[in-house]
Design a protein around this ligand. Sequence first.
Ligand code: NDP
Length: 395
Amino acid sequence: MSKVLIIGAGGVGGVVTHKCSQLVDVFEDIVLASRNEEKCKKIAAQLNRPIETAQVDADNVPELVELINLIKPDMVINVALPYQDLTIMDACLEAGVHYLDTANYEPLDTAKFEYKWQWAYQEKFKKAGLMALLGSGFDPGATNMFTAYIAKHYFDEIHTLDIIDVNGGDHGYPFATNFNPEINIREVTAECRHWEDGQFVETPAMSTQQSFTCPEGVGTYNIYRMYHEELESLTKHFPTLKKAQFWMSFGDAYLKHLEVLGNVGMTGIDPVEFNGQQIVPIQFLKALLPDPASLGPRTKGKTCIGCIVTGIKDGKEKTVYLYNICDHQECYAEVQSQAISYTTGVPAMIGAKMMLEGKWMKPGVWNMEQLDPDPFMDDMNKYGLPWTVIEDYKH
Ligand code: NDP
């Protein structure tokens, strides 16, 4: 039985806290801390058992260390923003506790999605006898596990990977993002990169699209190729991959709004002076947009996220598709959140469970696919994200 400190009380933080609180045997004590303690208290009030809450500025290492030393958790689950990854990792090292996050570090001033900053902590965590698990959300996270599971059980060698993330949900707003608007817009407006023949190839954002029909009647959607951080770790850890691509569905209204906002400079990340004050346009835009945590009661429809892998088994070529379908309203009924936060929060809870139960615990900094996918995949079925495999999949 263990004590966890969850940092970040947004959409994902709410789900992680709900899911951890459902498993008393694993997560005996829970503390939820964020910049604004009121948000933690609101989440705590939704639960069936008491948890502690705290206020912390996760950009401030000494403040974090003080809180961790006071609480003495076994591990920290970081579901604040990617900007806080390194400060929280530093604090975990100083205080001697394990670490988990769901998104790779990004510097505030450049929209870069790279693991190099966090991989650089490998020796420090190893020496300290501590574990850091990177990217334990859905994508990255479950998608890394899907790839590892398919590679382990269905192939001798994998050659191509297509990660397809469809959100068939509708929240009724003309424009809103399903998770933190700043992080979401930085991600979708970044140059596209995909892996081909041993290197990343750059193409303009949103310049490649196709139509994709989801299984089980979820529907047919336009999906756009974009860069996503798990491509970096998966192509490193599965060197037989000749091509790896990430695709995400977007509605026409979302793309039109994004184009207009981009054209007028509202998605910019460089500060501009306005009435004697420095304002970062994308941060101002975030203040105007609906809070992703508020979309829960309004969102209807399903997500369908999965991996299509081709490769060789016993000398023959084959294609395997492994996916999860998640219903926005069922998620809301269970944890008062829409499916985007749910599909991120559940794998974060399972990743933490894998570490605390000792199934994955080993010193160092690890991406998900470096660990055995089997116990994680079993828990996906048990704790709200059941998956299906189609062998010999045909597009
Ligand atoms: P939100 O913006 O809803 O929540 C972030 C929370 O972190 C807020 O409570 C915020 O506080 C808090 N926070 C921000 N800065 C600090 C700070 N300096 N100190 C303490 N707390 C802070 O984001 P989401 O819940 O949507 O996303 C959380 C994380 O999950 C992000 O890193 C995101 O990239 C990741 N994610 C990963 C996905 C995956 O599949 N792997 C998918 C979706 C999200 P405040 O309320 O005061 O702003």
